[in-house]
Design a protein around this ligand. Structure first.
Ligand code: GDP
Ligand code: MG
Length: 172
């Protein structure tokens, strides 16, 4: 590259409604958290410029517009995604049970090289209902990287994105 546009890395957010996808995007991109995060009603798109492995990168984070209810985000959402960040809520067993459906949808819709990262979100809450062991084991069985996160405190997010972006860069 001769000092042109920075490389854009497309990351799509996946997971059930209310698990914290929009909140994680806001926390990562804007360092903010909104307790009463409104349900996303429009397709949202966040970008952030970062430096990884000495390279300028633009992260394009694609957020859903509430279509996750129907488990079908459409081909444009997945097109050319470098990575998927699949989120579940550790206080919501159903959101964990449905992770497999999102993995299946990802495999059906995204290219083979799309990397998968699973985020066990809302780690700041005490009433956990999904065990850490079970979640980690599942992620490993899917060949996915696994991180514990909190959009509220910011826990795990820098580590998650650093690992995700490095891994995508290595694969290019
Ligand atoms: P989305 O539907 O997956 O985009 O979820 P939202 O980002 O809209 O979050 C749903 C609700 O969970 C909102 O009330 C958020 O404030 C809350 N929330 C999201 N992430 C966290 C977190 O890490 N910890 C806590 N305590 N609440 C969170
Ligand atoms: Mg949302």
């Amino acid at each position: 590259m001769y000092g042109g546009q920075p490389q854009t890395i497309k990351v799509v957010l996946l997971g059930e409604g209310r698990v914290g996808k929009t909140s994680l995007a806001q926390r990562y991109v804007r360092s903010s958290f909104n307790e009463g995060q409104a349900a996303t009603v429009q397709a949202a798109f966040f970008t952030k410029a970062v430096r990884v492995q000495g390279q300028e990168i633009e992260v394009a984070l694609w957020d859903t517009a509430g279509q996750e209810k129907f488990h079908s985000l459409g081909p444009i959402y997945y097109r050319d995604a470098h990575a998927a960040l699949l989120v579940f809520d550790i206080t919501d067993t159903d959101s964990f049970k449905r992770v497999k459906r999102w993995v299946d949808e990802l495999h059906a819709m995204a290219g083979e090289r799309c990397q998968l990262v699973i985020a066990a979100n809302k780690q700041d809450l005490q009433h956990r209902s999904v065990s850490e062991e079970e979640a980690q084991e599942f992620a490993a069985s899917q060949g996915a990287a696994y991180f514990q996160t909190s959009a509220k405190t910011g826990l795990g997010l820098e580590e998650l994105f650093t690992a995700l972006l490095s891994s995508v860069l290595d694969s290019l």
